[in-house]
Design a binder for this molecule. Structure first.
Ligand code: NFS
Ligand code: SF4
Length: 632
């Protein structure tokens, strides 16, 4: 087992040693078993799209086969592989969103699926042009809006409704370049068709189709996912929470909720609050029921309820290795198929719940909108009854946790800005003007969205934390989501006290607005909140997003969803920095398209940079160049 990458996280090292003692296998053992990873795959030049293949072409021009059996070049193969990652990512985010909309479609006053943010329901309904959005009966309106949202997935004509939010220069670019996304399912289907054997071979055309598909994620699926989750479960407000494996409580029944979709997790939280269940836990010798979150389900639940954050992607195994988890409950995405076998080394029950993500090896309890709360009750009961099976000799919970602030939806950020406006100026409230003012005045130099996963190709969490620390030191405010946000929480960057790590300008802003310098904006689907925030700044100044001093960063990304995100962020006019190099280098042409040429038509590009410090230097140059061009 190699611990080499984990020096940053001493706690992880201790738990990995425990895993070895317990005879439990982890991702690090499997990473070592992979030995050297395939160079063709790494360069993106392996194709297995048809059964004449697999074909691998040379990543170095002039050396070895230059074309696959059908004649596809490295450019075509790389572009197709990349595009199919966009399709995979878009479908994951958007299908998650569809489940939220279905829950809203099934919502009723007597719950458990009910409307919790009625103001937002009416606001979005009015935005989408529903008549009498302010007076219609709540659930009639919710069902009508849900029906409209379902059409965004499959409507035969027109583009995504949320595009109309955009600043007009950006919208014009999307229309001019034909990347304004149509129905989400249509974009994914068209892309799969375009990249079938013998279809598109022009790498630029494939890239553009990929970007349009990703745009249907950012401005379609993800935005629907966020807005409709807020309507159903409440729009997040700033609140305290706690992070890292030390939030697991040895005296309580610990339930780990892991995955992405808030539908299941909301029901589990509800079921665990049931006094009868708490009594049962006490009867089994526990002090109560402790729910801890991981990955984006964790983010959704901490944003709305302050549920404690057990950790991010790479901690999913460590969590079980503590020996103190009664049940690991999962829905969809980013769940290691290795977990059930790992759980068996301990007393932990592993429960998968989604038809789309049935994970074999332990329990499967199918969750549905019709029976949501009953399913959750059954799950919580299994966890509680399992407490007596815990083996005290195997329990080792690291004594590490860090206080954190969470819950910064766009609405919550504006609310904080308003408090400053109210006491200091005569500006109108409810806008991002105080934010654009401090950016334009140079008090802060710009803004960065730091997002994405963990990946053993980067030192775990270190790239996230280094990038954020360096940026705030240089007066760049950060917003964060996904596993990056959890890395920030564990490193103390989401506390109000983190202002002490900032440059002078950002520190003053944090003090006046009473916010941390790094703001937790939610799950990866909630990167739509970041789009929304940047777009509000663009609207405030009436300039194209591409002119603003803002960047997107994914220091440790790994998933197809992250590829889709990077594409829609670039498509939205925001330069995007990737700390893990995507599998495209086998095509110098396609690489140049991403890192240079797309600037010409979309006004933004990708930057690949593994070293977080060098990356921050590049980002600062980028932000300052934007400032100079704006004359600020
Ligand atoms: Ni995002 Fe969230 Fe984490 Fe990466 Fe996975 S949990 S949707 S994909 S690993 S940030
Ligand atoms: Fe080979 Fe072409 Fe088939 Fe790909 S599509 S596997 S390059 S023959």
């Amino acid at each position: 087992m190699s611990n080499e990458y984990l020096k940053f996280d001493q706690m992880a090292e201790a738990l990995l040693e425990k895993a070895q003692r317990d005879g439990a296998e982890t991702m690090w053992d499997r990473r070592a078993a992979q030995k050297t990873q395939c160079g063709f795959g790494e360069a993106g030049v392996c194709c297995r799209i048809c059964a004449m293949g697999p074909c691998r072409v040379s990543p170095v021009p002039g050396k070895g086969a230059e074309r696959g059996i059908c004649g596809a070049s490295a450019d075509t193969i790389v572009a197709r592989n990349f595009a199919r990652m966009c399709a995979g990512g878009t479908s994951a985010h958007s299908d998650h969103a569809r489940d939220i909309v279905h829950a809203m479609h099934a919502s009723k006053a007597e719950g458990p699926f009910k409307i919790r943010d009625e103001a937002k329901l009416r606001r979005i309904a009015a935005e989408w042009g529903i008549e009498a959005a302010d007076t219609k009966e709540t659930y009639a309106l919710a069902h009508e809006l849900a029906n409209m949202a379902l059409e965004e997935f499959g409507k035969p004509f027109g583009t995504q409704r949320f595009l109309q939010r955009s600043q007009k220069d950006r919208l014009n670019i999307w229309e001019r370049e034909n990347i304004a996304p149509r129905a989400i399912d249509m974009e994914v289907t068209t892309l799969m068709h375009s990249t079938h054997i013998g279809c598109a071979s022009d790498y630029e055309s494939i890239f553009r189709r990929g970007m349009r598909t990703s745009m249907s994620d950012g401005w379609g699926g993800s935005m629907i996912g966020t807005e409709f989750s807020d309507i159903m479960y409440g729009t997040p407000t700033a609140k305290p929470s706690s992070s890292n494996l030390g939030v697991i409580d040895k005296d309580q029944v610990n339930i780990l909720i892991h995955g992405h979709d808030p539908n299941l997790a909301e029901m589990v939280v509800l079921a665990a609050e049931n006094p009868e269940m708490i009594e049962l836990a006490k009867a089994k010798g526990a002090k109560g029921i402790n729910i801890v979150g991981m990955c984006c389900t964790g983010n959704e639940m901490t944003m709305r309820h302050g549920i404690k954050i057990a950790g991010n992607f790479y901690q999913q195994e460590l969590c079980i290795i503590t020996g103190a988890i009664e049940a690991a409950v999962v829905d969809v995405q980013c769940i290691f198929p290795a977990l059930p076998a790992l759980a068996k080394k301990y007393h932990t029950r592993f429960i998968s719940t989604s038809e789309k993500a049935k994970i074999s090896g332990d329990l499967y309890i199918q969750f549905s909108e019709a029976t949501g709360l009953e399913n959750a009750n059954e799950i919580v009961k299994i966890a509680v009854e399992n407490f007596v099976n815990r083996d005290a000799s195997k329990v080792e919970i690291p004594d590490v946790k860090c206080d954190t602030m969470v819950g910064y939806s766009v609405e919550a950020i504006i609310d904080h800005l308003d408090k400053v406006v109210n006491t200091n100026t005569t500006d109108k409230t409810g806008t991002v003007k105080p934010l654009t003012d401090v950016i334009y005045a140079g008090v802060i130099r710009g803004a960065a969205g730091v997002v994405g996963c963990n990946n053993p190709k980067q030192v775990h969490d270190l790239a996230h934390v280094t990038v954020m620390k360096e940026l705030i030191k240089r007066d760049v405010i950060c917003v964060t989501t996904g596993c990056a946000a959890q890395a920030a929480a564990k490193a103390g960057l989401l506390q109000l006290e983190a202002k002490e790590m900032c440059g002078r300008g950002l520190k003053e802003v944090c003090e006046r607005v009473n916010i941390p310098p790094v703001l937790h904006m939610g799950s990866c689907v909630d990167i739509s909140r970041i789009l929304d925030l940047v777009n509000l700044c663009a609207l405030e100044k009436d300039v194209d997003t591409a002119l603003l001093p803002v960047v997107g960063i994914a220091p440790e990304w790994m998933s197809e969803k992250a590829v889709s995100i990077a594409n829609y962020v670039v498509g939205s006019g925001i330069n995007t920095y990737l700390g893990v190099i995507p599998q495209v280098l086998g095509s110098p042409n396609f690489t140049k398209l991403l890192t240079e040429d797309c600037q010409e038509f979309i006004g933004a590009h990708f930057v690949f940079e593994k070293d977080p410090i060098v990356m921050v230097d590049k980002i600062m140059e980028d932000l300052e160049a934007k400032r100079t061009a704006l004359g600020i």
